[in-house]
Design a protein around this ligand. Structure first.
Ligand SMILES: NC(=O)c1ccc[n+]([C@@H]2O[C@H](COP(=O)([O-])OP(=O)(O)OC[C@H]3O[C@@H](n4cnc5c(N)ncnc54)[C@H](OP(=O)(O)O)[C@@H]3O)[C@@H](O)[C@H]2O)c1
Length: 339
């Protein structure tokens, strides 16, 4: 077994309590835990970047969903990239960079088969948690496959300055959208959408009702709505959608902290008359697109036609705060934690 010097303990985050509504710092606990040496077929990884993602809010509730809930008093998990520091697995060497699912901690011991080797020369390591990883594939598959995007479509995306949304808008532009419109939660983000990402129009959803601002930004209506937010955004989009419009139901972050059922959209019945298609998506169904996605996105990153931002929070001790910041909108682009 190849090894390099490793401590006997490392820090990991536990869910201390199930949040009621918006999570608070006391819902999380940073715990010192033993670092386990790898058994046969396993690797020990020193994590370099941890991902915090909106779906993790759902895992803090004790409800059955497409991913199991976090257990109280146990280590949380999620996307992470890091370096192998000990290996008992064939084909994995100390120093290899890997992507895996045991985030929210400094050190992770796991079967090598549950990790994927990544190339730190090809792109910064953290990009495998964002533009070249799960959020990137969500944007790519959600627009091109789920929404059946076609050249000449007018596209509206909410959460447009975030990891998924910023890529949806840019991919639509690069693929020949007639018009790309985005919404986000601050003036700086709105300026970035137009100036840096090349959106045709953008608005701050906190300034005035979404329906009014969307109607002004899309006088000829929209053909595709990529929904990251739900609620009044979805209701406004239904109003603005042209006949045979398509909606990718990707997320509903405006409702993740709600403790009662949402009121909007109140106009869902309009989907019938307009023959709209509203389709939910899970990124895991689109793994077959991965090679095409990486090739196309990496090309655009290299020639500068795709811009990618990250908000980097430093230190494992700030992981819970990074997650709370994500729910508040502190991030532009992908929120990651650097260890
Ligand atoms: N279906 C799937 O397979 C899949 C996969 C990945 C992600 N998702 C979903 O995609 C969405 C975006 O994920 P992401 O990773 O790219 O996160 P993100 O957009 O980078 O970060 C979350 C953003 O949500 C916005 N937000 C927070 N509260 C809001 C509210 N009440 N109304 C409107 N916006 C609000 C904030 O930006 P502002 O400053 O603009 O408010 C914040 O920056 C999420 O809904 C997520 O659950 C789904």
């Amino acid at each position: 077994m190849a090894t390099q010097e490793i401590p006997t303990t490392g820090r990991e985050w536990h869910l201390a309590a199930r949040p009621a509504g918006r999570p608070v710092p006391s819902d999380f606990a940073l715990v010192e835990a033993p670092v386990r040496q790898p058994g046969p077929g396993e690797i020990l990884v020193r994590n370099a970047y941890l991902s915090v993602d909106p779906y993790m809010r759902g895992r803090m509730n004790d409800v059955k969903s497409y991913v199991p809930p976090f257990a109280i008093g146990a280590a949380m998990d999620g996307g992470a990239v890091g370096y192998v520091v000990a290996s008992a697995a064939e084909g994995f060497e100390v120093g290899d960079a890997v992507l895996h699912g045991l985030g929210w901690r400094e050190y992770a011991t796991l079967p090598a088969a549950q990790s994927v080797k990544v190339d730190p020369e090809l792109a910064p390591l953290s990009y495998y948690l964002g533009v070249l990883g799960m959020p990137g594939l969500t944007a790519y598959a959600g627009l091109l496959e789920v929404a059946s995007f076609a050249e000449g479509d007018t596209v509206f995306v909410s959460g447009a300055a975030g990891a998924v949304g910023s890529l949806v808008g840019q991919i639509a532009r690069l693929k020949g959208a007639a018009r790309v419109i985005g919404s986000a939660g601050s003036a700086d983000k709105v300026a970035k959408l137009v100036d840096d990402y090349g959106f045709d129009a953008a608005f701050n959803y906190k300034d005035a009702p979404v329906a009014e601002q969307l109607a002004a930004a899309a006088p000829d209506g929209i053909d595709v709505y990529f929904d990251n937010v739900g609620g009044d955004h979805l209701e406004a989009a239904i109003a603005s959608l042209n006949p045979h419009g398509r909606v990718t139901l990707c997320g509903a972050i405006a409702q993740y902290n709600d403790t009662s059922a949402p009121a909007a959209p109140r106009n869902l019945a309009a989907a019938i008359g307009k023959r709209l298609r509203l389709q939910g998506m899970l990124v895991r169904d689109h793994a077959a697109l991965q090679p095409q996605f990486v090739a196309e996105i990496a090309g655009w990153l290299k020639d500068g036609s795709l811009r990618y931002d990250e908000t980097v929070v430093e230190g494992v001790e700030n992981t819970a705060e990074a997650f709370l910041g994500l729910l508040r909108g502190d991030n532009t682009g992908k929120m990651v934690v650097k260890l």
